[in-house]
Ligand binder design. Structure first.
Ligand code: GRF
Length: 206
């Protein structure tokens, strides 16, 4: 049986994390494939890029649809593509419990802070305004809460005195691109388990 190493990307915006994953695959650093890219916003720049790259693209607008009806349409497209992992790359929709249960431990998200600090929107600004000296990004599984699922990988990013919010956002984004590629590689290449909240490699020496 051929091992399934395919990813399905959901996005709503510029899609720089999607592009980083695409580049890593193209360069051979990440052995995976992209089975499709879906957006709730038909004009999302990330979706246009995906079309340019030649991936199967799907625009499923959420406007005027009930949440579950929209999600069922999204599930149908995902199921037809049969991916191993569903990668949220700036997907600005809350996923319902039915969706999360169906794909448990197969949905990934990236958050631009060191969770559990600064969950929710504008995480970089929350950290900047709080005055922390160290922040970062977190790749985690998606569960029923907001940014609460088991942590797969984190990267720390320093905050410098002279930083503007834009400086910090750019520094975090650079690490997001690395973290997402690395985390997907770990999930596809190694044996791992989740015990309680703890994600960890199995059989990895100390
Ligand atoms: C990133 O900051 C990510 O952490 C958050 O949404 C943003 C998406 O950016 N979840 P991009 O569309 O991948 O450039």
């Amino acid at each position: 049986m051929i091992e399934n190493r395919s990813l399905f990307i959901l996005l709503s915006g510029r899609g720089s994390n999607f592009i980083a994953i695409h580049e890593a695959i193209r360069r051979g650093g990440l052995k995976a494939s992209i089975a499709g890219v879906l957006s709730n916003l038909p004009d999302a720049p990330g979706l246009l890029k995906a079309r340019e790259f030649g991936y199967p693209v799907h625009a499923i607008p959420h406007k005027g649809k009930e949440r579950r009806a929209h999600e069922l349409a999204v599930e149908a497209v995902i199921d037809a593509a049969a991916p191993r992992l569903i990668v949220l790359a700036g997907y600005m929709r809350i996923l319902g419990p039915e969706f999360i249960r169906k794909y448990r431990h197969r949905i990934l998200n990236i958050h631009p802070a060191l969770l559990p600090s600064f969950p929710g929107v504008h995480a970089q600004k929350q950290a900047f305004d709080y005055g922390v000296k160290m922040t970062g990004c977190t790749v985690h599984f998606v569960d029923e809460g907001v940014d609460t699922g088991p942590v797969i990988l984190q990267k720390a990013v320093p905050v410098y005195d002279a930083d503007t919010l834009e400086d910090l956002e750019a520094r975090i984004l650079e690490q997001e691109h690395r973290a997402y590629v690395e985390a997907i590689g770990i999930l596809l290449d190694s044996e791992w388990a989740i015990t309680g909240r703890r994600f960890a490699g199995v059989g990895i020496a100390k």
